[in-house]
Design a binder for this molecule. Structure first.
Ligand code: NAD
Ligand code: ZN
Ligand code: ZN
Length: 344
C-alpha cells in the first residue's frame, strides 16, 4: 500500500509499504480521510530523534473497519469509525482517570506520533481507539478527532467562565480555531471575537458564527479593549491557537481580571509576566494560564454528537494521497481555509 512517511527531519516521502496486519485486540482500518494538522509541520521541523523514523504521519483519521484482530468483538468489517488518536500507557494516574491526554509516561503518544498513522491506505490501531460516527461523511469525521476535539476540550476546561455576557477571544482561525468558534456558538452564549492575520480566515470566522473579527496586528489589542471595556472588563477567556510572542502578548493584554489564557498553539512564544516598555499593563490579577493538550475519548464522543446534530461543520479542502506534500506546503504558507483533508 502507499503511505506518506516521515523519514528524517523535514522529510516526507510517499512510499510503498506492506499492508499492516492487526494483532490481538487491534483492527485494520481502511482510511477514508486523514486531516493535515499544523502539528505535523512542527513534527517535520523537530530535530532528529524527536520522533521515530520511518513513521507514517497522520493523527486525524476516520475510515472503515477492514479486518478485526483476535479477540475484537465490538467491531466488524464495514463499520465506520473515527480514531481517538492518543495512546497513553494505560497505567498511570492520568490514563486511569480517563484522561489519556494527561498520560505521565507517554506525554505525546499516539497514532501518527509514536506509531504509524493514517496518511496511508490502511492503518492498524487498538480497537479501544475507535468511536462510531454514524452517517457522518468520513471527511467530516476525521477532523473532529483533533481540530474538533482539541478546542472542545479547551472550552470544557473553562466552561464555568463562559457565562452569557462574557467575551471569548479566539486567536488563529485555522483548522482548530474555526471549530472553536462553532463550538462556542453551539454550546455557550458568549460574544466571540476572532483574530487572525488572514482576511480570508476572518471571513470564515464570521461565516461560522464569530460576532467580531480583528486583524492580528499592532492595533488589535486596542480595538479589542475598546470593545470589551465598556464598562471596564476584558475577555474572560482567550483561546490562543497560535501562541507566538505576538499572540501571547495580545492575550495577556485583553484578558480580564480573573480570566483564562489557554495556550493551545505550539508556536513556541513566551508569556511574559513582567510589564515591559512595549507592553505597559501587567497581566491582570487572578488570571489562569493553561496549556491544554488534545482531549479525552469521552469528549470526542461529544464532539461527534455535535457534528451529527449539524451544530459544527468543518470547512474542508480534500487532496489525494499523492498531493499530501503540496497540502502541507499550502498549510505552511497559510493558504488553507479550515482543514486540508487527505483522501487516500
Ligand atoms: P492552522 O495552520 O490550520 O491555523 C493557524 C491559523 O493561525 C491560520 O489561520 C493563520 O492565519 C493564523 N495565524 C498565524 N499567525 C497568526 C498571528 N500572529 N495572529 C493571529 N493568527 C495567526 O493550524 P491548526 O492545525 O489549527 O493548529 C493551530 C496550532 O495548534 C498549531 O500550533 C498546532 O500545532 C497546535 N495544536 C495544538 C494541539 C494541542 O493539543 N495543544 C492540538 C492540535 C494542534
Ligand atoms: Zn494535530
Ligand atoms: Zn499513562
Amino acid at each position: 500500500m502507499r503511505a506518506v512517511r516521515l523519514t528524517g527531519p523535514g522529510t516526507l516521502e510517499l512510499m510503498d509499504v506492506p499492508v499492516p496486519e492487526p494483532g490481538p485486540g487491534e483492527v485494520r482500518i481502511k482510511v477514508g480521510a486523514a486531516g493535515a494538522c499544523h502539528s505535523d509541520l512542527h513534527i517535520l521541523d523537530a530535530p532528529a530523534g524527536a520522533y521515530p523514523v520511518p513513521m507514517t504521519l497522520g493523527h486525524e483519521i476516520a475510515g472503515t473497519v477492514d479486518r478485526a484482530g483476535d479477540g475484537v468483538t465490538a467491531w466488524r468489517p464495514g463499520d465506520r469509525a473515527a480514531i481517538y488518536g492518543i495512546q497513553g500507557c494505560g497505567h498511570c494516574r492520568g490514563c486511569l482517570s480517563g484522561r489519556e491526554n494527561q498520560c505521565r509516561t507517554v506525554p505525546v503518544g499516539g497514532v501518527g506520533l509514536s506509531r504509524d498513522g493514517g496518511l496511508a491506505e490502511y492503518v492498524v490501531v487498538p480497537a479501544s481507539r475507535l468511536l462510531p460516527t454514524g452517517d457522518l461523511e468520513l471527511t467530516q469525521a476525521a477532523p473532529l478527532t483533533d481540530a474538533g476535539l482539541t478546542p472542545y476540550h479547551a472550552v470544557e476546561l473553562v466552561r464555568p467562565a463562559l457565562r452569557p455576557g462574557t467575551f471569548c477571544v479566539v486567536i488563529g482561525i485555522g483548522g482548530l480555531g474555526h471549530m472553536a468558534v462553532q463550538i462556542l456558538a453551539a454550546t455557550t452564549a458568549v460574544t466571540v471575537i476572532a483574530v487572525d492575520t488572514s482576511d480570508a480566515a476572518l471571513e470564515l470566522a464570521t461565516r461560522v458564527g464569530a460576532h467580531h473579527t480583528f486583524r492580528s496586528d499592532a492595533e488589535a489589542a486596542g480595538r479589542i479593549r475598546a470593545l470589551v471595556d465598556d464598562p471596564p472588563d476584558g475577555a474572560d477567556v482567550v483561546l490562543d491557537f497560535v501562541s507566538v510572542d505576538a499572540t501571547t502578548r495580545l492575550g495577556r493584554t485583553v484578558v480580564a481580571t480573573g480570566g483564562h489564557l489557554l495556550l493551545v498553539g505550539l508556536g513556541g512564544g513566551q508569556l511574559t509576566l513582567k510589564p515591559t516598555a512595549e507592553e505597559p499593563p501587567p497581566v491582570p490579577l487572578e488570571v489562569t494560564a493553561r496549556i491544554p493538550f488534545w482531549g479525552t475519548r469521552a469528549e470526542l464522543q461529544e464532539v461527534i454528537a455535535l457534528a451529527r446534530l449539524g451544530r459544527v461543520h468543518t470547512e474542508v479542502e480534500t487532496f489525494p494521497l499523492e498531493e499530501t506534500v503540496r497540502a502541507y506546503e499550502r498549510l505552511r504558507a497559510g493558504d488553507i481555509r479550515g482543514r486540508a483533508v487527505i483522501v487516500p
